[in-house]
Design a protein around this ligand. Structure first.
Ligand SMILES: Nc1ncnc2c1ncn2[C@@H]1O[C@H](COP(=O)(O)OP(=O)(O)OP(=O)(O)O)[C@@H](O)[C@H]1O
Ligand SMILES: [Mg+2]
Length: 314
């Protein structure tokens, strides 16, 4: 049997500058790029995808930004109106950045199919940015078209080498949010701020050759990530994407101001008026905890501190 090693010549000489040592893509020529960014809301995941898209678009890729939040049209121009328009644009390749509005898996599927077709036909580099990947590739839920969307995304991930299709996808957490194949095959990983120590067990194997531990992840600020690439592990401070820099004021990296000592805690707690504490009903706490993605342990700890304080005041 004749075996040829397929290499992505388009990748040779290309680089990504994500704020650390420049990442040369030569090392990715035999696999394609499957990049994953993990971090909580506001951590800078979208910015990471946009930064990579801008850099790859300037080096011969056409970047397709799948935008569930309708936040990218104002940065990169009108979204393609329908799948046929996307097909045309991917054939012409005269626009380096294309925005696709897709609020959910169902809306994504027809656009996803067009991207697969274009990659099969043309084999010219396409970089797909899937923001809020959990909307399109959940590990368990297989309803609302998410099964089909997840299948398409898995195919994206498998076509890097032969079809010149590269992928960036974001997720809020390391486990349970995306299809396993994505975690298994990723080759560029950005890990942002981690609040929950229980998340460390899933992350630790990635860091086993380095001296990095949970406290290092817990100390990251917005825009900072640990970057795991073919070149090793490096802490990076990501530059802002040009389109964002033009409109967004830079978020100041604030030092975490959570109280550290018992005295600081008491002072912080006593500064909260009683009527505000009373207003924190179980429903409100439930809602806020869900929004903040707290773990059950964190919610319980918070509830009992809340209860203690209320009892101490009455
Ligand atoms: N590298 C950075 N340097 C400085 N500020 C940054 C950086 N990246 C992001 N920010 C700031 O943080 C804000 C949130 O960034 P971004 O939208 O990329 O986060 P996100 O992780 O995608 O959040 P969400 O889950 O809400 O979509 C940006 O509006 C920007 O002001
Ligand atoms: Mg975002």
């Amino acid at each position: 049997m004749k075996r040829t090693v397929i290499r992505r010549n388009d990748m040779l000489g290309a680089t990504l500058n994500l704020g650390g040592t420049p990442i040369t893509l030569d090392e990715y020529a035999t696999t394609g790029l499957l990049a994953l960014a993990i971090g909580p809301r506001g951590n800078g995941k979208t910015n990471a995808g946009l930064l990579m898209a801008e850099q790859l678009s300037a080096q011969g890729w056409v970047s397709v930004l799948i935008d569930p939040e309708n936040e990218l049209e104002s940065l990169y121009g009108d979204a393609v109106p329908d799948p046929d328009a996307l097909r045309d644009a991917l054939t012409r390749r005269d626009q380096p950045t294309l925005v696709v509005n897709a609020r959910d898996a169902g809306e994504f599927v027809p656009f996803g199919r067009v991207i697969l077709d274009a990659a099969d036909l043309q084999r010219k580099p396409i970089f797909v940015v899937i923001d809020e990947g959990q909307l399109f590739s959940a590990s368990r839920r297989r309803s609302n078209g998410i099964g089909e969307a997840a299948d398409i995304i898995n195919e994206f991930a498998e076509r890097g080498r032969k079809r010149a299709l590269d992928l960036f996808i974001t997720a809020l957490r390391y486990t349970g949010t995306l299809q396993r194949t994505l975690f298994a095959n990723k080759n560029l990983t950005l890990i942002g701020w981690q609040e929950d120590p229980t998340a460390w067990s899933a992350l630790a194997p990635q860091f086993k050759a380095s001296k990095i531990d949970f406290a290092d992840l817990n100390a990251l600020t917005p825009g900072e990530f640990f970057c795991l690439s073919r070149h090793g592990v490096e802490k990076i401070r990501m530059p802002m994407a040009a389109a964002l820099r033009a409109v967004a004021p830079k978020a100041k990296p604030v030092a975490k101001t959570l109280p550290a000592t018992f005295n600081q805690w008491t002072r912080a707690m006593s500064a909260i008026p009683t009527e505000r504490l009373v207003a924190l009903s179980e429903d409100v706490v439930g809602l806020l905890s869900t929004v903040a993605e707290l773990s059950p342990q964190q919610i319980l700890a918070g509830q009992s501190a809340h209860q203690d304080e209320l009892e101490a005041r009455t």
